[in-house]
Design a protein around this ligand. Structure first.
Ligand code: ARG
Length: 479
């Protein structure tokens, strides 16, 4: 006993509950120990399912009445009682009593206090196993709808800012080295595309989960003449009831689909956050972050730190961790329900809260950031970002094979480097000295505006292309 920490010993020493559990304690002489109660209880977190639990119970009991499995007077008393509980929870929150284990028993025991023995008929032809699967699916469905609305708002801001900056020139990077000039509008629309795919992943997850497990009972279905189509329809499960009772109570892929979509989405948000962090650094100076999304330093008065973006980047790690947690929980569980599955909820709740906040933060940042387009342009012009344009001109206009054109352009870059001041500092004579085929037409390729304007291939960075994509996006978003 000495190796057991004191706090745990005290808990273990606490008197066991004198009474066995009201809901399932028929064959138990004594109640669970305090430690058992604590490890067993999910009410501290699954109280978050109270609305879904009450909605599921109302659909279930209405069906029991319609099927004449229980009397209409009992149905009415149960529904009235559930409505009173909902009003109470709405106003005062859900009471947490570890002895009642979870939200399902918390609601049912309160119902018994309110309406007496008729409450005991609610659980006819149902188990907590199909009940929790139903509640959790309903919750995840709402979570998907909330995320989708948030992502649509983020896309809206991306489109608005991209439209504003369809002609604003910035360096485009590969390896974080200046590569070719692009437009800021094009860069922002890249994130519009990522978010569009995220939304489609969430939509897939939603369509796949939209089948009702209610009525699968504990694992094997029930002998009561229930109507699973009716409860599925009442709860908006568009694809009807699930088709295998064992699978119904054991499936948590709907939660994993959500977490995997959330992880991918968080990765995209994290990449966007990282751009803002880099852009806000002094050597880049591409953006000045709004006061509303930055913080100061307690010691360095000049600081303006991109904390919100850094936390979005950090949260992506936690969201991926939540996904991994549930993957590991589910690995190797035999059919059907095992209590391990109670651990499905905390990671989903945590990931959802982090994701919703991250989406809101990035939406605010995109909306309110000041883009320093003068600085972006200066950096795009200062390097050799249009070297490829010169090589392309040699190929197109002088019939030079691309490899040779690449070589000639390399010499041009070298000359510009020696002279200082970038490609724009070279004169036509400088260029002709390197290759006599170069003429004034080639010179016209060197400004960054000419470079981006020329990239009109579908999906390219030319302002005309960016505007076309923005127009399509506005349509998609109904703007
Ligand atoms: N609180 C449980 C959960 O979240 C409800 C299901 C309990 N079922 C059972 N057979 N003990 O998974």
């Amino acid at each position: 006993m000495t190796s057991v920490p004191k706090a745990m010993r005290e808990k273990a020493d606490m008197a066991d509950t004198p009474k066995a559990n009201n809901m399932w304690g028929g064959r138990f002489a004594a109640g669970p120990s305090a430690i058992m109660r604590e490890i067993n209880a999910s009410i501290p977190f699954d109280k978050r399912l109270w609305q879904q639990d009450i909605a599921g119970s109302k659909a279930h009991v209405a069906m029991l009445g319609a099927q004449a499995i229980i009397a209409n007077a009992d149905v009415k008393a149960i529904i009235d009682g559930l409505d009173r509980i909902a009003a109470d929870y709405e106003a005062n929150g859900v009471p947490v009593d570890m002895a009642l284990e979870d939200i399902h028993m918390t609601v049912e025991s309160r119902l018994a206090e309110l309406i007496g023995p008729a409450a005991g008929r609610l659980h006819t032809a149902r188990s907590r196993n199909d009940q929790v699967a139903t509640d959790f699916k309903l919750w995840v469905r709402d979570a998907i709808d909330e995320v989708d609305a948030g992502l649509a708002a983020l896309q809206t801001q991306l489109v608005i800012r991209a439209d504003e900056h369809a002609d604003s020139i910035m360096p485009g990077f590969t390896h974080l080295q200046s590569a070719q000039p692009v437009t800021l509008g094009h860069h922002l629309m890249a994130y519009y595309e990522m978010i569009a795919r995220d939304r489609s992943r969430f939509a897939d997850a939603r369509a796949r989960l939209n089948q009702s497990p209610l009525g699968a009972a504990a694992l094997a279905g029930t002998g009561h003449k229930i109507d699973r189509q009716a409860t599925a329809a009442a709860l908006g499960f568009e694809n009807g009831p699930t088709r295998n009772s064992l699978d119904s109570v054991s499936d948590r892929d709907f939660a994993l689909d959500y977490l995997m979509a959330a992880t991918q989405c968080a990765l995209h948000l994290s990449r966007l956050a990282e751009e803002f962090i880099i852009w806000a650094s002094q050597p880049f100076g591409f953006v000045s972050l709004p006061d509303a999304y930055s913080t100061g330093s307690s010691i360095m008065p000049q600081k303006r730190n991109p904390d919100a973006a850094e936390l979005v980047r950090g949260h992506a790690g936690r969201i991926a961790g939540c996904m991994t947690a549930l993957v590991m929980t589910m690995k190797g569980l035999p059919l059907a329900y095992s209590k391990d599955m109670q651990d499905d909820k905390p990671p989903v709740f945590e990931a959802h809260d982090l994701l919703a906040l991250s989406i809101a933060a990035m939406t605010g940042m995109v909306e309110t950031t000041t883009f320093r387009t003068d600085r972006m342009r200066a950096l795009a012009e200062s390097g050799f970002a249009t070297a490829t344009d010169l090589a392309d001109w040699l190929v197109r206009e002088a019939g030079v094979p691309f490899r040779e054109a690449h070589h000639i352009t390399g010499a041009v870059v070298k000359a510009a480097e020696d002279k200082g001041g970038g490609l724009m500092a070279l004169t036509l004579d400088d260029l002709k000295a390197i290759d006599s085929r170069i003429d004034a037409g080639a010179m016209a390729m060197l400004p960054v505006d000419a470079s981006v304007a020329s990239r009109t291939s579908f999906g390219g960075t030319a302002p005309s292309e960016v505007r076309a994509r923005v127009a399509e996006a506005r349509k998609e978003l109904g703007l």
